[in-house]
Design a protein around this ligand. Structure first.
Ligand SMILES: [Zn+2]
Length: 288
């Protein structure tokens, strides 16, 4: 039987905090961890979502980490300071950063044109991606507008206010106009990505810089409320499977911690911990 599947990603939402704050909507009937390390090179958003939608890892799909170079200046930098040396020799990071600004090399986000293999969106006819990293990231994120106000002396609260009014509300609108549109039936596969939780973590959830448990609790509850609203609308519309997930957890010294979660309103992997690449086959199995 063909099922209609909705996946909603809450970037960086940390499994340990979901449990600590006892979120009721985010934790559905099946709730568990995602293995976001097996086969992955980095615990970074673009690479992780590219793996989710292709069922392969960076060696096959071609997306590594978070960003790619905007032009050939960055590629020169890679020749001067090879990436494989960066992983072993920490001092090279500073050299690389200096060269990066000397060359004026800029980074941007990976997207569909960079993928070397097909994704769920090519394989499933009636599918739609809304701001999926590694595929069709939002312009706001691509131009790195999230935390930029801080560099202009704005406070974390002002930065978050700017984010919420320009980006978070825009993403919500995209999803709800799809779910509430009477003329669009439930799709075979709809995938939505919210980046708000990760942006918030970088302002209030970094254990080495600015950890604020109360602020985090408030944001987690807001995300839980949103999840409840989405679930209600999606069920009404005829979605059979509602899957919530994250790609990683809180910021860490390099990248993010591994605390990714998933939840499903119906049995999915039972008590096995899925690798992030395993969702691709599972979704295909459900929609076929
Ligand atoms: Zn992420």
């Amino acid at each position: 039987m063909s099922e209609n599947v909705l996946v909603v990603a809450f970037d960086g939402l940390d499994k340990e905090l979901i449990e600590e704050f006892e979120l009721e909507n985010i934790r559905q009937e099946e709730f568990g961890s995602i293995d976001n390390q097996t086969g992955m090179k980095n615990i970074y958003t673009s690479e992780l979502f590219a793996s989710f939608i292709t069922g392969t890892n960076w060696e096959e799909h071609g997306i590594e980490g978070l960003n790619k170079w905007k032009d050939s200046r960055g590629e020169i930098l890679d020749t001067l300071v090879p990436k494989n040396l960066l992983e072993t020799k920490r001092g090279l990071h500073r050299v690389r950063e200096t060269l990066k600004s000397a060359l004026d090399a800029e980074e941007t986000k990976w997207e569909k044109e960079d993928l070397k293999v097909d994704t769920l969106f090519e394989k499933i006819d009636n599918s739609r991606p809304i701001f999926v990293p590694g595929y069709n990231p939002s312009t706001f994120w691509t131009i790195e507008a999230d935390l930029r106000p801080l560099g202009f002396g704005k406070t974390p609260a002002e930065t978050m206010e700017h984010y919420d009014t320009r980006e978070f509300s825009h993403r919500k609108e995209k999803l709800f106009s799809e779910l509430e549109n009477e003329f669009i039936p439930a799709r075979d596969f709809l995938m939505m990505h919210f980046h708000r939780s990760d942006t918030f973590h970088h302002l209030y959830g970094d254990k080495d810089a600015n950890y604020d448990e109360e602020k985090l609790r408030e944001m987690y509850n807001e995300m839980d409320e949103l999840a409840g609203e989405i679930k209600e609308k999606a069920l009404e519309k005829g979605y059979d499977y509602i899957i919530f997930m994250s790609d990683h957890g809180l910021p860490a010294k390099i990248g993010h911690n591994e605390n990714a979660f998933y939840s499903s309103n119906k049995e999915l992997f039972l008590d096995q911990t899925p690798k992030i690449m395993d969702f691709h086959d599972k979704v295909l199995e459900l929609v076929e």
